[in-house]
Design a protein around this ligand. Structure first.
Ligand code: NAG
Ligand code: NAG
Ligand code: NAG
Ligand code: NAG
Ligand code: NAG
Length: 275
């Protein structure tokens, strides 16, 4: 899991920028942030606004840092707040907000995760997400679905078990969709295919959760070319599964979907806009 994810919490700020939802229907989205020389959503705007497939973006928080209005900005409540945050309420109620995301990897315990006990996450969901169910679509916590090590927040169990405890505690909760993350080698060895692994894990998430699925972070570990090959393989599959509502490859950063210098799409970035 990339180092860059541990830095996103630092970008949360107070102002909210108005956005207008796009009318595009593509499932593809942008996981971006403002940790760049521009201090805004410039990479997302410059390199992806022309793609009819790319229709939405999120930055692990709010505001959008001037994400172009051709994209739907999806605000995220990254972790458990200490109390009501008027800026979160404002972000949810901003014209153009259609969907909201809650809790980034609450199932994990590393420094870049929000590390929340299942029972506390359920209470937090009821307090800070559920009240908005009438005005926007709300998503279940973003969990690392293929973490089946016994290393989850609260105990020696997998992220699947964390999720089952969360659901068990979330009495009366409404979910419009479920959110998962996935990281794995592009070529896991033993002749296995990272793409097959990915599609089997996404299928498993749907079969288990029985909700539309958003894959809010995913990446295979490998060279840029290996990642491009992976995307060319999984994108047609993702686009043809009715239960996959949206997905966002990690991420809109130099050395990821952009080249080292951040001045062009990488091979995987090209695959992301053109597959
Ligand atoms: C992003 O920041 C750069 C540098 O300050 C500025 O030129 C550009 O207009 C900004 N883009 C947006 C969309 O605000
Ligand atoms: C966002 O856009 C506004 C209006 O163009 C501009 O004044 C502001 O500097 C931009 N913010 C960033 C972080 O680029
Ligand atoms: C997007 O389209 C505009 C207008 O056609 C063009 O100027 C720009 O270079 C394109 N951007 C990319 C990244 O292809
Ligand atoms: C509620 O969560 C706790 C851990 O936070 C777990 O031990 C308990 O089994 C969960 N309850 C249900 C009904 O899933
Ligand atoms: C993910 O897929 C791999 C390969 O098929 C499988 O071994 C593993 O159990 C799956 N895990 C989950 C959580 O779906």
């Amino acid at each position: 899991m990339a180092f860059i994810r541990s830095t996103v919490v630092a970008v949360l700020a107070t102002a909210t920028i108005a956005t207008a939802a796009t009318s595009g229907t593509g499932k593809r989205g942008l996981a971006y942030n403002n940790n760049n020389v521009y201090g805004n959503a410039s990479y997302a705007n410059e390199f992806f606004a022309n793609s009819s497939q790319v229709t939405w973006g999120y930055d692990w928080g709010y505001p959008s840092w001037n994400l172009s209005s051709v994209f739907e900005f999806v605000p995220m409540l990254w972790g458990l707040p200490s109390g009501n945050d008027p800026d979160w309420t404002a972000a949810v109620k901003t014209a153009g907000t259609v969907n909201i995301l809650g809790f980034n990897e609450p199932d994990l315990t590393y420094s870049g995760s929000s590390n929340i006990l299942p029972a506390n996450a359920a209470q937090g969901y009821l307090t800070y997400m559920q009240p908005y169910a009438d005005i926007v679509r709300i998503g279940a916590p973003n969990v690392l679905w293929n973490n089946y090590d016994s290393t989850s927040s609260g105990g020696d169990y997998s992220s699947r078990v964390w999720t089952s405890y969360f659901m068990g505690n979330c009495t009366g909760c409404h979910f419009d969709f479920a959110c998962i993350h996935w990281y794995q080698d592009c070529e896991p060895g033993n002749g296995e295919s990272g793409a097959d692994w990915f599609t089997s894990n996404v299928t498993d998430a749907y079969n288990t959760l029985q909700l539309p699925i958003w894959i809010t972070e995913f990446q295979c570990y490998g060279s840029d070319d290996q990642q491009a090959t992976f995307l060319e393989s999984v994108i047609p599959w993702l686009d043809s599964q009715d239960y996959v509502e949206r997905y966002a490859y990690f991420g809109v950063f130099p050395d990821y979907l952009l080249d080292d210098a951040g001045d062009a799409l990488s091979a995987s970035g090209q695959a992301y806009v053109s597959s």
